[in-house]
Write a protein that binds this ligand. Structure first.
Ligand SMILES: *Cc1c(COP(=O)(O)O)cnc(C)c1O
Length: 416
């Protein structure tokens, strides 16, 4: 009943057994566990192929603890490439409203984060803002393929075309890293014609979370580079425990191996057909919910769960002023056991509140109907007995996207 989290809680019995049998396997110990290393390598090749890398068998990639570590590796590679290309001064990264891992990357690795504010009725990063925010020190543009706030896909192809134009007009030649934490395991199966991956030559690296829509148990992400040459050699440490060449590039050293093993199990257990069925089913569930919630009256959809537009999530706002807030709705649902987040949009639309429900494998059409009945009951109550003042964000406990740090932000954090 937790529709706030993106992480899978579905684990079949075989995956449970594999996790139990792998409890003592350290993925970094490739000497003792060469087959774990081999399964990880196979996953990398499968993902490189799924995301249309030009030479899936030759490129490089790695498992990580999640998308956060994978994003940091993608960001670091971009920073090292920029420096190798003669970049000097403070590097910057241009993006729309991002998950907190990018704020961390920027802070931890001394990169200026240029988060383009949302203008007008926009929810996503738009190509016509690129010229204003990009310059010679831009190490990468990072579109989010499955936004945390709305679930929408940012338009990677349009952003890539915008960067082509910028370069053609004499501007810098800026690479793209796609944060496909959730979308990387959805769109290839449910919207195969949507071009967001290595089919765009400008896309140099992609991260995704195996433990979200990848259907693996908690603790695995993936970072894949377009071609081996896109991962700067300074980031690669050669370990030759196997008597051969074993490149490693991770922030962690010791790490459990079971998650990568279970990921491989899911890949071969489900295959492309299985993933297509599972992911299509969960999109149908999301779309069924979207239809229901928009039919209730007071809500306006932001993302309706369609595979072409975003992940299997639904986000919405209040269509007009009401005697209750979305925090009231969230609070009411919490008392029925449902966790559905309500939060403000990022800058410059912080005065707007939205709600988002993420649908994951295991949620059914029946459960959607139960949830809709609870929402309907909640709205009835809130309309019949309005609070004197609608609930505010500070009054609801639990889930928040608030990444407000405890120390003041450096002044360069926001672009002009
Ligand atoms: C979840 C998420 C992350 C962080 O991923 P973890 O696997 O939790 O580290 C980064 N970016 C986006 C878009 C996400 O949805």
């Amino acid at each position: 009943m937790n529709l706030a989290t993106f992480c899978t809680t579905w684990v079949d019995d075989n995956a449970r057994r594999l996790m139990a049998e792998s409890i003592d396997k350290n993925i970094v110990d490739k000497d003792e566990y060469p087959q774990t290393a081999e399964l990880e390598r196979r996953c990398v090749r499968m993902l490189a192929d799924l995301w249309h890398a030009p030479g899936p068998a030759r490129t490089l990639g790695t498992s990580t603890t999640g998308s956060s570590e994978a994003a940091m590796l993608g960001g670091l590679a971009a920073k090292f490439r920029w420096r190798a290309g003669g970049g000097t001064g403070t590097p910057n990264l241009v993006c729309g409203p991002v998950q907190v891992c990018w704020e961390k990357f920027a802070r931890y690795f001394d990169v200026e984060l240029r988060q383009v504010p949302l203008r007008g009725d926009r929810y996503t990063l738009h190509p016509d803002d690129l010229a204003t925010y990009c310059d010679d020190n831009t190490i990468a543009v990072v579109p989010t393929f499955g936004q945390t706030f709305t679930g929408l896909y940012e338009d990677v192809a349009a952003i890539s075309a915008g960067l082509d134009q910028l370069h053609a007009a004499g501007g810098p030649d800026i690479p793209i890293h796609v944060d496909a934490a959730s979308g990387g395991f959805l769109a290839p199966f449910t919207a195969p014609d949507l071009v967001w991956d290595f089919r765009l030559p400008r896309v140099k690296s992609i991260n995704a979370s195996g433990h979200k829509t990848g259907l693996a148990p908690l603790g695995v992400g993936w970072a894949i580079w377009r071609e081996a040459a896109d991962l700067p050699p300074e980031l690669i440490f050669d370990v030759d425990y196997l008597g051969g060449h074993m490149p490693t590039f991770n922030l962690n050293f010791s790490r459990p191996g079971g998650q990568a093993i279970a990921q491989y199990y899911e890949f071969i257990r489900l295959g492309r057909i299985g993933y297509t069925r599972v992911q299509s089913a969960i999109h149908l569930v999301a779309e069924h919910f979207a239809k229901g919630i928009s039919g209730l009256g007071p809500f306006e959809l932001i993302h309706g769960g369609q595979p072409k537009h975003g992940i299997a999530a639904v986000s919405w706002r209040l269509a007009a002023d009401a005697e209750y807030s979305l925090y009231d709705v969230s609070d009411h649902l919490r008392s029925r056991g449902w966790l559905i987040a309500a939060y403000p949009l990022p800058a410059d639309r912080q005065d707007e509140t939205i709600m988002r429900a993420v649908f994951r494998h295991g949620f059914t059409l029946d459960m959607v109907d139960l949830l809709l009945a609870d929402i309907r009951r909640g709205l009835d109550q809130l309309t019949r007995n309005p609070r004197r003042t609608p609930m505010t964000r500070a009054e609801v406990g639990g889930f928040t996207h608030d990444a407000t740090p405890t120390v003041p932000l450096p002044s360069h954090r926001r672009a002009p």
